[in-house]
Design a binder for this molecule. Structure first.
Ligand code: FMN
Length: 137
């Protein structure tokens, strides 16, 4: 059996990374996750990355082990690293979401808040609050 797993972290963008390099990372990650079936979100704002990865345990942990070693970010702070009781992002839409606007983020938050109570979706919704206070992503 390969249960669903969720990892969520915040990290600092490497100071040498250009906007174009962040865009390239976004395209790579969405393409790669859409081909392997990993769901979740990735956003970057004010020098931070925020990512949620949801998929089977083996998949998510092995991807995260690669991401953790990536020199394009540092000071990774894990907020969630646990089996998912139920799928959160798997049902949001059929792709991995690169979040590029407050509007997109607002939609995700509305979706999370409408989910029947689940500690992961509730925690994710709270974690998104500070990002919603930004004027733009
Ligand atoms: C903040 C951040 C998020 C990333 N997210 C993903 C991701 O969701 N999926 C992915 O395949 N690679 C992601 N990467 C890139 C991986 O770290 C790695 O470069 C990529 O998977 C290629 O690894 P490989 O050369 O070992 O195949 C991310 C990198 C960073 C810095």
């Amino acid at each position: 059996m390969n249960p669903l797993y969720t990892i969520c972290y915040i990290s600092k963008v490497h100071s040498d990374l250009s906007d174009q390099q962040i865009e390239d990372l976004f395209s790579y990650s969405s393409q790669s996750n859409n081909s392997t079936g990993i769901k979740g979100i990735l956003l970057s704002t004010m020098g931070n990355f925020f990512q949620v990865l949801e998929g089977t345990k083996d998949q998510v942990i092995s991807l995260y082990n690669v991401i953790k070693e990536d020199a394009r970010h540092h000071d990774i702070y894990e907020v969630i690293h646990r089996p998912a009781v139920k799928a959160v992002f798997t049902n949001y839409n059929s792709k991995f979401n690169i979040v590029k606007s407050i509007d997109d983020l607002d939609k995700i938050k509305t979706y999370l808040d409408a989910m029947p109570f689940d500690s992961t979706s509730e925690k994710l919704s709270r974690l998104l609050n500070p990002f919603l206070l930004m004027e733009e992503l």
